[in-house]
Design a protein around this ligand. Sequence first.
Ligand SMILES: *[C@@H]1O[C@H](CO)[C@@H](O)[C@H](O)[C@H]1NC(C)=O
Ligand SMILES: *[C@@H]1O[C@H](CO)[C@@H](O)[C@H](O)[C@H]1NC(C)=O
Ligand SMILES: *[C@@H]1O[C@H](CO)[C@@H](O)[C@H](O)[C@H]1NC(C)=O
Ligand SMILES: *[C@@H]1O[C@H](CO)[C@@H](O)[C@H](O)[C@H]1NC(C)=O
Length: 697
Amino acid sequence: MLLKIPLPNSPTCYKNFFISIILLIVIIYIYQLTTYTKVNLVYYDKVRLVNLHKLPVKLLEDSVKKPAILNKKCTYWDCFNLYRCGNTGHDRITVYVYPLKKYLDGRDASSVISKEYYRILEAVIDSKYYTANPNEACLFVPSVDTLSQDNLQTNFTTKILNNLEYWSGGENHLIYNMIAGKAPEFSPVVELDVGNAMIAGADFDTFTFRTGFDISIPIFSPVLKLAEEPEINYNRPWFLTSSQISIDPLYMQELEDLQAKTSNILILDSCYYHNYTKRCEISTNQPYDYPQILQKSTFCTIFRGERMGQTALLESMAAGCIPVIMMDSPIMPFNDVLDWKRAAIFILEDHIDNTMTVLRKITPQHVREMQKHVRFLYNTYFSSFKQIVETSLDIIQDRVFPQWGRVYDDWNVSPDDRTSNPLFLPITAPRAQGFTAVILTYDRLESLFILIEKISKVPSLMKIVVVWNHQRKAPPALSKFPQIAKPISVIRTKANKLSNRFLPYEEIETEAILSIDDDIVMLTSDELEFGYEVWREFPDRIVGFPSRTHIWDNVTKSWKYESEWTNEISMVLTGAAFYHKYWNYLYTTALPTGVKNWVDDHMNCEDIAMNFLVANITNKPPIKVAPRKKFKCPECTNNEMLSADLGHMVERSQCVDFFTKAFGRMPLQSVEFRADPVLYKDPFPEKLKRFNNIGSL
Ligand SMILES: *[C@@H]1O[C@H](CO)[C@@H](O)[C@H](O)[C@H]1NC(C)=O
Ligand SMILES: *[C@@H]1O[C@H](CO)[C@@H](O)[C@H](O)[C@H]1NC(C)=O
Ligand SMILES: *[C@@H]1O[C@H](CO)[C@@H](O)[C@H](O)[C@H]1NC(C)=O
Ligand SMILES: *[C@@H]1O[C@H](CO)[C@@H](O)[C@H](O)[C@H]1NC(C)=O
């Protein structure tokens, strides 16, 4: 049993208590023995386990092998033998489990295995890493229970381990331990001489944990199932609950001080009748079911007991309660790969009196995210022995085969929240490739030529593609176009559709597209080049100049399009924007038919549709570049920035509302953010700035 029995505070009940504890231990021991023989062992036939009384007996003579002392300096590089893993032809680690034996030594001490350790062995054998062949094994798990220091006979277990067939000083052996050390020292590391073996332990502190070598695991609690709730309940009456039994009186005092100032703090301790699944409120003695009560609290404190590892951690997580870790230098479970800042609050023991200030500062939205994350971590890594064992092996797998290793998001982002980025681009797109300007035009030759002339001066421009949308009139010959140093392609379309601007033309050879209307002639070469620089940092987003936002109209109960100056933006119009050409492909092949037809029927809102499409895939907002707000020009006629007429705005609002229904949700994300060049507006000589010609509105 892994449950820690509460220590009562008053000395008078010590005697009774110890008698009951001894009784309990005896009962547990008998219970373990009986359940042990009752377990249907046929299930384990992969290691050919047999009934206990049929187990082969290994008699340990007074061992001649001197046990190898635990090597505190081990690192992955000098204690782990990688050559045992790579040369077996497998692309994953292989784990061998020693066959169960009944060990005896001269003084007839005999080994027992707890149900919990049994489940660990079972999980290893069921995992994809298991091998029955010790000669091709990369990792070894002894069939000797090392889970709880309270249960094991130190010298005897050390002797068994050191006499294992493939032990060789503990090399590549994995020792699972949840409760390390015994009273009075409570060593944070299992008190066994295991040489160079790795320890998957739950009690480590920063001084004993061998980073990159040991694995930090949680202490499992047998009552987790009672704490689990089917749905996350976000409305919880208690703000903070402390439920650990017999915590340090100093911490208890701090908690009571906090409670004196805030009403919704619940402090529980064991009830006089000492039942693990009952806790009583410290002043009123009102009993509560434990761990179910944790489902009623937003935050749950986790203190250091005699041991660092606490069953309360998983119990809180099972109940969806955000752990508030009040320990200095804890080693959180699976700290190699899990980012605990997303799921827990850490408070130094000296700062416990500030707890409420810290917790109150967390916004309700952040609290919800943490609650969701707690649940994700619990469901994915902690809810069973199987998950705990598999995760520990997964971590070793990633160490041995880093080339196939999981990355931060794989471990820390729930699949529901993962945004897929379909562009197989490096984090920053290369500058060298440049961009292709795609200009949609009808027949406004004058402004088209001005525009071509202007953008030809942008250094990163590679090519101009003119999409000629006038079917009855032919475009002028190329010789009539401005003579520029970059190639120009003219594409004649078959129908005057706005979606023509988003077709994935093969003439577009670069990853980046500058989509620009033929009347946007006011953007400077600096603005455009800088816009491209920004796009390279955000290659999956629409990056550009005219920005808009969407707002919920609580009178008409519908979404509205907004072009006023606001602090937030959620769209960047494709009248002047950079984006990846993949979105052209997606617009053409995957835009909901209703949206496509709407755009063609109304000859409007193709730019809004593109913003919906990209945001729906990436869950990210677009990026507004440089301060320019007005894109007016005297000769422009059907530019929407100019036509601030009411009808136009009404139609644009209808688009936003209709698209929301067609996508089944409002995908647009808002952002209060704009990209300006580094020295923009700094009091610094203009001529020394990289992008000077930016700043006009
Ligand atoms: C365990 O071994 C140590 C030294 O090897 C010895 O000092 C100690 O007495 C032993 N403990 C028991 C309970 O046999
Ligand atoms: C502890 O409480 C639970 C639930 O009330 C009960 O089922 C169980 O029998 C109790 N255990 C002991 C040892 O009293
Ligand atoms: C609509 O929103 C405004 C501003 O946010 C608010 O003042 C008003 O009370 C809201 N009206 C309704 C009916 O919710
Ligand atoms: C929008 O996003 C949802 C959720 O990710 C997805 O199921 C749906 O297919 C997307 N729609 C389009 C048109 O991309």
